[in-house]
Structure formats: C-alpha cells, structure tokens
Design a protein around this ligand. Sequence first.
Ligand SMILES: NC(=O)c1ccc[n+]([C@@H]2O[C@H](COP(=O)([O-])OP(=O)(O)OC[C@H]3O[C@@H](n4cnc5c(N)ncnc54)[C@H](OP(=O)(O)O)[C@@H]3O)[C@@H](O)[C@H]2O)c1
Length: 318
Amino acid sequence: MKKSEICILGGTGFVGRYLIDQLSKRDVTIRVPTRHRQRHRNLLINPKVNLIEADIHDEAALESLLTGADVVINLVGILHGSPAAFRKIHIELPKKVVNLCNRLCVPRLLHMSALQAGSANALSQYLRSKGEGENTAHHLSSHKLKVTSFRPSLIFGEGDHLFSHFATLLRLPMLTIPLACPDARFAPIHAADVADTLIQSIDRAESFGKRYDLCGPKEYSLMELMEFTERCIGVRRLIVGLNESMSKLQSKILGMLPGQLMTMDNFLTMQLPSTCSGPFPELFDIEHTPIESVVPHYLGRKNQQVRYMEYRKWTNRA
Ligand SMILES: NC(=O)c1ccc[n+]([C@@H]2O[C@H](COP(=O)([O-])OP(=O)(O)OC[C@H]3O[C@@H](n4cnc5c(N)ncnc54)[C@H](OP(=O)(O)O)[C@@H]3O)[C@@H](O)[C@H]2O)c1
C-alpha cells in the first residue's frame, strides 16, 4: 500500500482496534474520530493515530475529518437502538459520508455492512437499515469514488461481543442458562482476518464497486457456540435452548432492562442464518483463524480483575 492518510469512522471499536493494529505497521497516518477521547487512551500512544474528539453526525465536523483523506473506512454500527437511531447511524451517516467523499474527491471508501443486510426476508431494523445504508454507499458514489462493502458474519477476537459476553454469563453463579434462538446459525470470522481483508481490498481494483460476504471456515449454531465457550472457560452449566415463543419473551424482557443484552430486534436478526452461500472471496489471500485456535486463549487467560471489569461494563451498558 502506498503512503496514505486514512480516516476510520468507528475506529475505536472492536474491529477498529484490529484494523488499526494492522494498519499501524504500514506507511499510513490514521485519523480516528471518537465521542469520548479519554476512553481510548491506548490509541493516544500510537504515533500513527490522530485521535480526534468529534461529532461525526455534524456535517462540518465530518467534512474536516474527511478532507485530504486517501481512504475512508466506515465501521460505525449499533446493535440496539430506536428506529431513529438505526436510521441515523446506518443510513444517514453513510449518506453524509459518501456525499462528502464525492465532494472532497476522496478516492476510496470501505463500508462495513453485515451478512443478510437488506435481504428481502430481513425483518429487523438492524438488517434493514444496514442494507439501506450499504445500498446508499454504492448508489450515491460517483465514478471517482471507489466503494467496497463488507458483509461479515459474527466477528470474534479478544473483546468481542459474543464469546466475551457468553463467558461473563456462564461465570455467573447460575445453574441453568436459558438461551434464546439456540438454532440460529453463524460462520464466525476472526477480526484480524476481517481487518486483513479490508486492507488488501484498498488497492485491489477488482474489488471496486463490489460487496463481499465474509464468513469464517465453519458454521455453528448459537447453542454450539455457547457450549464451546463453556468448554473454553472450564465451567459446567445446564444450557436450556428456548423455543420460539420463549425466545421472543426473553428478548422482550431483556430488551426492557438496562444494558439490553438481547432485544426483539436481535431476535428478528437471528431468524436469518448469518452464513455464506459461497466460499470466501478468492481475491483475498486470507489464512482463516478458526475459533478453536484463539478463543480458548483469550477467554481462559483473564484474571479475576479483568473479568470483574468486563462484568461491570456488561451490566452497565446503556
Ligand atoms: N462485531 C461483529 O460481530 C459484527 C458483525 C457484523 C457486522 N459488524 C459491523 O462491523 C462494524 C464494526 O463493528 P464493531 O463490533 O467494531 O462495533 P463497536 O465495537 O460497537 O464499535 C463501533 C464504533 O462506532 C462508534 N459509534 C457507535 N455508536 C455511535 C454513534 N451513535 N455515533 C457515533 N459513533 C458511534 C463508536 O465510537 P466512539 O464510542 O469512540 O465514538 C464505536 O467505537 C459495525 O458497523 C457493525 O455493524 C460487526
């Protein structure tokens, strides 16, 4: 990759961390806007990163962030929220980003979507808004702006949203764990492999204008993933898979509680399999990391203090 100025929206998040780690080894400077600069002190010590406190929904602030960028990567996304929040984050923001990229002559935009986004059968606000945002990013781009979208299944890695939360839940002193949507299907992909794919695509002309489904090497049900987590952390619980009506009920109740561990919208998202119909795009040279080779290490090695902090973060999520 040639020397580049890269702006990563949502770069402070889980995937962003992996992307910045890999990009930092290259000849780049990386602008990362955040709503809370002090929460990401780890990025402040990275000499390649310029961490900027900004409101990316404000057009003037966004314009200043994108001005002069060679590549813009939009990773901003939410799993829970009101219909207005999904619209703002997944549709209006990509629209502002692509319009500004066109106006500011930014040549390259990578857009992070999700598997099944925009599918005709998608009922959740998450998948519908993600699909509309992805279409917007492609349809509004001019011939000078090369857009590529990525549609991953569940992404795993240290600090991920699934295994880390499952581990926290399984470590609670409960004999029985009721699991909603136990048959939901996933093909988890490692965050480092997603980051690598994005980086490889930057200069590959064959990827311009394309949308890529990204899956890991193997498919699992949600129940299998929870049982795998159980083995990784060495606890034994009775995991009870809930039927459809009980899954709905649990989602409704949890959605009303602080932290929203699961919502009706998540339930609707999981009605579609988060799996790929074909092989991994062969354009990218990726040696896949299976869950079995890394998850036991990052779940197993945590000390009590880290687990306690995770538990607090998890229960305080707003
Ligand atoms: N993780 C997965 O399994 C998975 C699977 C499929 C697709 N994806 C997609 O991949 C992308 C990255 O996922 P991730 O897991 O890295 O997400 P994440 O950890 O939740 O990070 C998202 C980032 O977006 C920013 N953000 C969130 N809400 C915002 C708001 N209202 N206004 C402005 N910025 C906001 C946050 O930055 P600040 O708090 O610093 O402002 C946060 O660091 C998302 O688009 C997601 O939908 C993820």
